[in-house]
Structure formats: C-alpha cells, structure tokens
Design a protein around this ligand. Sequence first.
Ligand code: SAM
Ligand code: SF4
Length: 429
Amino acid sequence: MNEYDSNRIYDSVKKIGFEKTENYEDASCYLLNTCHIRNKAKEKVYHEIGRVKKIFRHKKKPLVIIAGCVAQAENQEMLKREPYIDLVIGPQSYHKINDTILNHIEKKKKIEQTEFDAISKFKYFNKIKNEAGKVSSFITIQEGCDKFCHFCVVPYTRGPEYSRSFKEIIDETKYLADNGAKEIILLGQNVNAYDNEGYRLSNLILEIEKISEIERIRYTTSHPKDMTEDLIEVYKESKKLMPLVHLPVQSGSNKILDLMNRKHTINEYIEIFDSLKAINPNIEFSSDFIIGYPGEETQDFEDTFNLIKRIKFINSYSFIFSPRPGTIAADLKLINKKVSMERLEKVQTQLFENQITMNKSLKNKTLNVLVENLTEDKMKVFGRSEYMTPVIFNGKKDDIGKIVPVKIRQSNRSTLFGEIIDNANQKVA
Ligand code: SAM
Ligand code: SF4
C-alpha cells in the first residue's frame, strides 16, 4: 500500500512542479514514506534521515517530509526529535500534501498533518489520474481497520475501516488498463472487508473481470473472518483471479488467536482452505505469522508448526512479535527472546522448505508468465508466475505486458529460471 501511496503522492506533487530524480544528491525535496507495523521500521526512519543529513552536509538542505504510518503515530514527536524534518503527514492527509508544501515554502513553518479524512483524500485523488503506467498495478480499494487485533497499530495509524466507491475503483482500473496495466492488485489492510453500498470484493473482482485488457486479478491482505461465501464462490466463476490466496493466520493455536483477538479459529481457517481446494486443487496459500506472542507455550508453537506442514504455505512472512505502543499487547510479558528466535528459525526453515519443494517441482514444466520488465542488465526479462513467483528468462522487450509460456529449467528458493517456449501449442501447467 505504501508503494501505491507513494505513486499517488507523486501524481499530486507533479502538479506543483516536482519531478522524480534518480540521484539523491540532486533532490530539493526528500519524501520518506514510512511503515510502523514493527518497531524496526521506526528506527530505520531516523537512520535514513541521518544518511540524508550526511549527503547534504555541504549542500542546500532539501525539504524533508515524513509521510506514512510512522508520521501518523509519532506526529509532533518527530519534529521535536529530529529538527531536520520539515513536514510530517499521515496516510489519511495526503490530499493536503500540495497545500502543505506550498504553505511551508511560503511561511517557513514546520507543519504536521495527521487528521483522519479518508473521504476527502479519495475525493481529491479521484480527480488526479493514477499515472503508475505499470504492467502490474496496485489499486487501494479499502483502508483502515475496525478489528483491533491486540498486537496491531493499523487501526490507530490508518484509522477506521473505509471502502472507496465501486465506480471510482472501476474507473481507475479502466484508466490503468488503457495505459498498459495487465494485472490489478486490489489493496486494503482488510481488503475482503470491502463494502461500498452493498458492493463486496466479489462484485469488484467480477466487474474487473469484464475489462478485456486486464488478464490477472489479485487482492491483498485478507482476514479469515471476511472470507465470505460469495468471495469463495468467485473462484468458481472467475478466469482471471489468480490461484494464490494470501490469508494471514498469525498462529496455529486457538489459545493464541484468542489472546490476539483474531476473532477466528483454526478450524474456521482450515474450512476456508478446504472449500477453496475443493473448487480448485491448484489454489495455494501464503500467510503471515507472528512468533513468540506473549503467552505462546511450546504446545502453541507446535500447533503453528503443524499447521504450516499441513497447509504447505508458500511465500509466507514470519516475524517475532514486536510490541507496539498504544496497543493492548504492548505491555504484556514477553517470552524469552532466545526461545522466540529459535522458534522463528524453525518456522522459517519449514516455510523455506515448502517454497523450495514447490519451485523444484516446477522443473521442466511450462508456466504462464506475465512479463513486467527487463532485468537490470537488460539481458533477460522478469515476470511472475500465477503464484507471484519471480521468473527470469530469455525474453525480449516486446514481451513486456504479455503472458508468455516459459519452460522452467532451474530454481532457487525465491526465483524460477527458464526459457521461453515458441510453440504456441505447448501444454501449459
Ligand atoms: N489485516 C491483515 C490481517 O488481519 O491478517 C494483516 C495486515 S498487517 C498490516 C500485516 C502483518 O503484519 C500482519 O499479518 C502481522 O503478521 C504483522 N504484524 C502486525 N503487527 C505486528 C506486531 N506487533 N509484531 C509482529 N508482526 C506484526
Ligand atoms: Fe491489524 Fe489486520 Fe488485525 Fe486489522 S485485522 S488489527 S490490520 S492485523
């Protein structure tokens, strides 16, 4: 979502004369879009500012703007802790970015914008075209969260749940499609909680399905509680919805899910998995895991580990619990750090093994790959399989934006390597 937001911020500041530069040293404005989900992210911001200070030590100081959830959570504190920062702007105030910059330039005053005003924000951005111009494009359809998992800052930094207008999302998709998008990734902190005047995520997917230029549809991140019947049914109907479901479970233990206030059980999660597999056995799952949540005992961890073995998640994210100020879990007694680290290592080893096994099983198979760009050395092309796995192969510039058959020859944990198949009659796995 931060990538989408950064692009939209750029679409806005272009109107007041800013242009992107590849060269830090040339910049007259430095905008850092930040994430607050784990503690490390916040500290990274201050390190990054230190780096900028060094770069500009003997030059004119650039305008320094901190955007995103760290800006929202820390607000005035940031201006106090780091006087090098000029402006702080939270995620629901981006519609004010141009005015805030102009105001600062005129009055030389430090400004902090952190109100929650999602309605005005999307109203503003609907008038400014999304110029991402990418083969695989993001669209935010929903923001914020009302679920208040005990570990999570999102409800405090992105604010209450808000769903954008169905029509505006379709208009934005059509515009992106006219400008080269072939894949749309619908975004939201709780994307499957999307509800705009009765239109649900399932309705959006089926409407986007009708746009002929769009060949692939994905959505992220979903909550198990919102995997409703209509959304599961879409997997029967849709030909463009990709067979990778990113559905965070966080823990395999009902006790921990309850302590986390997740509002779903492991049985409910497995039921979703079974229903989707019954519709299409090729559907695969990826997930997020929090390891070492306060109260996690050996048996709870074993339950998580066994769930990973059972579901055979691919491409999952796993992190040690990071206490976030202001959340209910912030003051809970942490479990031993060494134990958490050992558990994380065990989980990651298993998750990586799942990934490696999956990638190895694709050797000599032919996959449909959506080509996104040339590799950095311009010798090959980069694309993604239906499961989002990066694929590098001997394509041409002309292949960008096309779905082409690629025979997989080699792989490592994260990437597949192959060669393009010319014969149009080849069987595709
Ligand atoms: N809404 C999604 C859901 O309910 O699963 C998740 C969105 S959250 C922004 C992304 C991921 O960050 C979570 O799935 C969780 O694994 C991780 N996360 C959030 N807070 C965390 C914390 N305090 N410590 C470690 N990981 C955290
Ligand atoms: Fe955070 Fe997701 Fe829980 Fe909302 S549902 S509080 S975004 S983890």
